[in-house]
Design a binder for this molecule. Sequence first.
Ligand code: FEO
Ligand code: CA
Ligand code: CA
Ligand code: CA
Length: 601
Amino acid sequence: NAAPGAATPSFRFEEIAHGVDETHHVAPGHDVNVLIRWGDPVLPGAPAFDPMKQTAAAQATQFGYNNDFNGFAPLPLGSKTADHGLLCTNHEYTDEEVMFPGLNGEQQKANFARMTKDLADIEIAAHGGSVVEIRKVKGKWTYDAASKYNRRITGETECRITGPAAGHPLMRTAADPTGTVVRGMLNNCAGGMTPWGTWLSAEENINGYFWGKMADDHKNAAAFKRYGIPGAWYNWGAYHDRFDVTKEANEANRFGWIVEIDPYNPTSAPRKRTALGRFKHEACNVVVMKNRTVVAYMGDDERFEYVYKFVAAKKYDPTNRAANLGILDEGTLYVGKFGADGSVTWLPLVQGQNGLTAEKGFPDQATVLINARMASDILGATKMDRPEDVEINLKKDTVYVVLTNNNKRKPEQIDAANPRAVNDWGQIVEITPNDGDHTATKATWKMLLRGGNPKDAKVGGQYHADTSANGWFACPDNVAVDNHGRLWVGTDQGENWAKASGTADGIWAVETDGELRGLSRMFYRNPVGAEICGPFFTPDDKALFISVQHPATDGVELYKPFGKLSTFEEPATRWPDFKPGMPPRPSVIVITKKDGGVLGL
Ligand code: FEO
Ligand code: CA
Ligand code: CA
Ligand code: CA
């Protein structure tokens, strides 16, 4: 552990400026390369991307839409190589108005009548995730379209349900009376990589895929309401009964989990690990303690939702990978309570304890996990300002809880960890476990920074005083920690960007320690309408992968040179190809230093 003020080097790059335009920008001395784009071939026989000839079959062999989390799994397995590996990328959701020609430019529900079964099936194939072999050759990263490791997981891929809720009556459907096999993973947002070389992919806003007019006496009515089901953002239920809650009551219980995938085994079924609870999972990051106990931290990304951690029952075994693959199936899930005195109390979500009884609707542990939000309500956990990433700083044994915003918090609802009403800017809370023990039920917390303009008293942003006019940001979302324990923060302001900051989303580098703690500098800026997802470093910190998600969509009507909603035919930007007729394409980029050195040094 580094002592406060000990040798943490300060960032050495020239800051870039706030702004917004059609393309990306990075600090001088760096290169941005587009590694892989929506539609690029991933599997054998995949056709070249043709936006006018899209089919579900083609999409299922090509890189999916809206890349989110990125993980790097070194090749070969277990090696320390930093220039050859498997890129594990989530495909969170689809934006049909810029994916398909002939729609009206409005989003989702306005397009339902135009969304044919063929288009809906392309969307289902564009969800899920990809594994792609990548390599650095002469300083430049490329992917191998012919690799035997390459894989697409879609909304139709067979996944297994494991852990305490597997097979429970609430998990059974007409198509799967066993309650252990489900087709697809959906809305996979952020995630994490485990020390045993697997990819954890977090199902987030799963409510949007279900529709149907739910009766008050629907057997899951109260629980579905707590989860916002049916959200009806997509019309897949018109063509597939499992997405209609009036036709299949339990399918929605089979989404909203952490999915564990072995990227080294392309035929292995993804596993939905029910021991980690069901909610709108943003991320899942694992730490293995010195005594080999495994702890995972997670957030539920919605306004007034909770922060969770999971302590596995079995210990990590560095000599037995097969045994580690089941570690996340057994253990204790906790939800966090953040005290005004700087304390964190982790409350166990265990049936029979603390009021989680049959009379309260929790007859067994499976129900506690399936309806984890309702169990957490009973325990009195702290309602946070949208927990996005929860990332572990292994250098300092601390945990960053990234709270993105909460415009619904009222003045009478503020608390120490969520200190602003109508919070358009977010904050980052740092947890320090007592004596480095991540299993303990007590920890402490303090504020690392508060988002928003620090010079505007009405906003109340809080950073190190030397942070420049470009160094502050709003709506922190996914973050990465480098080998020096410094934090790289990606933002997602959504449609509110003009009010929250006036700059496009980007990456800011934040000092976490010593006298400069809380000093923030702008490193990278996205094209208009895109959010930052999935920042992830190679093990040597010489490459930073970033998902540029949904270019040309969020808030583009507020981008003055454009001033309207994007369509496929006329998007706010055609990043990254800038070719006539080519729509904007969500892509994974890789940032390297021109001299090949370590980023941020
Ligand atoms: Fe999918 Fe919470 O971002
Ligand atoms: Ca996202
Ligand atoms: Ca996110
Ligand atoms: Ca977000």
